[in-house]
Write a protein of this length. Structure first.
Lengths: 270, 125
């Protein structure tokens, strides 16, 4: 039996122009060299990617929120927001489970790298160090990371005709349905979108990933609870976001690279 | 999450009769956060993506129905497998999906559901 943290892989796609290729190629080279240190990036989005023994141990981008602080229970956040004919009611929130902290660190790391890749940031000189104090202890193998980036780029393309991370969205003043029920996260997004806000700004306000927030905003547009603020009829009606379509390009191989695969290739345990 | 953390986290689920695969999936992004697998002929990636899509569609149904209830779990029966999907709602506005795939010939669906429910409750500890 194998047990490991796994990130899905779609067929690696590298459709971005040369700078993105430069970054992903650089990541592959640093992984192959088993590097430990920090790769600074500049350009439209500045940040850094931290390596430990050839794995990505953490990443930061100025355009994405960083890792969350120590886990806290948000007792004041309502479990549901519920709108009835424009009236809003919230339920009290019971005690919620807490997942291990390192599960919460993974998403900000991948979110930051995705932003750096999409922004075509330019690699600086790699600063090799003895150790890195960023990110999860064992880090994410670069091939697993690139596979996850490819999957997310596919999903971004699905969403891009309706919304991007920098599209201003606004809460719909009138609901067509007499009743609608939303999740706690969706409610938190809706109440912040009264005057127009981008998914990226929402992500910073809620200390969540930009990618995940954009996906939730996309779903709220599909539910007609949010709409694009300056929509001149150009935006398409959102379809259901399909995760299965994002991985269906993978043919002939039903397994994905995982951390345990990476560990077995290098002959060591991760 | 390190493999050892995944081992510890998902160990109770792997003890369910007929266990083949389990994954914790971020419902917003579809990313697999942690997994355990003893049957390599099932694609974790596709099973996880399918589970996330199912949860997304049923989440929209929940929104439209507005019956003041939450989606708890989904059971999908194939002729050889059970796919059990349970919603875990941690404290930080995140929604996580637990997917467990069982060998239908060896699994007891009611007992498995009970074990999964208890496991999700234990995450609150």
């Amino acid at each position: 039996m194998s047990q490991s943290a796994r990130l899905p892989r779609a067929t690696p796609e590298r459709p971005q122009p040369s700078r993105a290729n430069t970054l992903t190629d650089r990541l592959v080279k640093l992984a192959a060299a088993g590097s430990t240190g920090t790769l600074p990036l500049t350009g439209r989005s500045e940040g850094a990617i931290h390596f430990r023994d050839g794995k990505v141990a953490g990443a930061k981008s100025v355009r994405t929120p960083g890792p969350p602080p120590a886990p806290t229970r948000l007792a004041a956040v309502p479990l549901h927001g519920k709108a009835r004919d424009g009236n809003v009611r919230a339920q009290a929130n019971p005690v919620r489970p807490c997942l291990p902290y390192d599960l919460n660190v993974l998403e900000p790391t991948i979110d930051a790298v995705l932003d750096l890749v999409v922004s075509q940031s330019v690699c600086g000189r790699f600063k090799s160090v003895r150790g890195s104090d960023a990110g999860p202890d064992d880090g994410v193998p670069v091939d697993v990371l690139l596979a996850e980036l490819a999957r997310r780029e596919h999903l971004l393309r699905q969403m891009s005709e309706a919304v991007t991370a920098d599209t201003v969205v606004i809460r719909n003043a009138r609901l067509r349905a007499p009743r609608v029920q939303v999740s706690a996260l969706q409610w938190a997004l809706i109440i912040r979108a009264a005057r127009g806000i981008t998914p990226r700004d929402l992500a910073f306000e809620l200390a969540r990933s930009v990618f995940g927030t954009t996906a939730e905003v996309y779903r709220l547009i599909a539910l007609r609870l949010l709409s694009v603020a300056d929509d001149s009829g150009q935006a398409r009606e959102p379809m259901a976001l399909s995760f299965i379509r994002a991985v269906s390009d993978e043919k002939g191989d039903n397994r994905m690279p995982t951390r345990s695969d990476a560990a077995s290739r290098t002959g060591g345990a991760s | 999450v390190s493999p050892s953390s995944a081992d510890a986290l998902l160990a109770p689920v792997t003890a369910i009769d007929g266990f083949q695969l389990a994954g914790l999936i971020d419902a917003s992004t579809g990313m697999v956060l942690a997994s355990a697998q003893n049957q390599e002929d099932i694609s974790l990636t596709k099973a996880a993506a399918g589970a996330a899509d199912i949860a997304g569609v049923l989440g929209m149904l929940t929104g439209e129905l507005a019956t003041d209830g939450e989606l708890e779990d989904v059971m999908v029966t194939f002729d050889k497998h059970f796919h059990l999907i349970r919603m875990v709602r941690p404290a930080n506005l995140q929604t996580v999906i637990l997917l467990v795939v069982l060998d239908r010939a060896r699994a007891n669906l009611a007992m498995a559901r009970r074990a999964i429910r208890n496991f999700c409750a234990s995450l609150a500890a």
